[in-house]
Design a protein around this ligand. Sequence first.
Ligand SMILES: *Cc1c(COP(=O)(O)O)cnc(C)c1O
Length: 364
Amino acid sequence: MTKTPTPKSWIEAIHAYVPGKSTGADGRPLIKLSANENPLGTSPAALAARAVEPSRYPDPDSKDLRAAIAALHGLDPALVVMGTGSDELLHLAAQGYAGPGDEVLFPRFSFSVYDIAARRCGATPVVAPDADYGTDVDALLALVSERTRVVFIANPNNPTGSYLPRGELTRLHASLPADVLLVVDQAYAEYVAPGDEDGALELAAAHGNVLVTRTFSKIYGLAGERIGWATGAAPLIDTLNRIRGPFNVSNTGQAMGLAAVHDQAFVVHAREHNRAERARFVAALNALGNHGLRPLPSEANFVLILFEGALTAEAAYSGLAEAGYIVRWLPGQGLPQALRITIGTAEQMDAIAAALRAMAEAAK
Ligand SMILES: *Cc1c(COP(=O)(O)O)cnc(C)c1O
């Protein structure tokens, strides 16, 4: 037997991230409502900024983009760090503050990257029970131990769409030890109605143990460019800057991100489209009557539907694929009874609601 390199045991325990699919089981391309991408595409201003000299390394500090983000959100640019998607920053937060013997805490039914981020640095993931699919602050606090180093919260949460209001997030932070890092993943924050913000940016500005992450992948329609950012106290940002990739946002990503920040009209339009279509879709599902389809309240750009009647989530998933739509069925995340459906165009949502109605009535 020849010797082979042996991966670390904690790396071997990782189940690789499962991305949203874009084709059916037979390989046929389907309309993709499985990855929470923007159905309106990308800001035309960002598209126009696309061509950039590819033979040159990008600005390692993404200076212009950071300045624009800081100006938009009223932040000090020195307290903004860019990532190759917020995904990179979530991993760096875990790696910077946790390792073997430490615990990383997050709610059940939250973003599947948290488990990978915890294990990747050798820490132990600890999963707090949900409260009817929502984030339960008391359940999280009950699991904080001397080994807890990082707590991850997605707000709004993926895949449930649930939202922890400002008071609850403040209470969670106030009850955590000051040496536990609270990461508030705000990937969907721009979809929240203005005035209903969760206050995480204020917490990050006022305390030494709060990191907020954001992304250009969702409302900005730039998922393919891999642009994320984080803000927090100077020592936290310093840690992330030490271990991030030196050229972690591409030339095109920096240019498109900058143009996208300057086109807030696109963001407002996308938020309003999402709010209207989400409300219409949920109303159509609720109008089905007693078929056991339960859409959970969502503040994000998707709805998680629980199938509690004769029609199963698995059958609905196959039926929607037949109708030309790929959505997210999540048995691997402990949700075999649910489908997560990204809010698409009005026509797409009408077609999906009609297909679900037909299947629910046939199954009864
Ligand atoms: C989509 C998503 C992200 C974004 O990841 P990127 O790497 O920025 O594309 C982060 N967190 C959550 C909860 C998400 O759903």
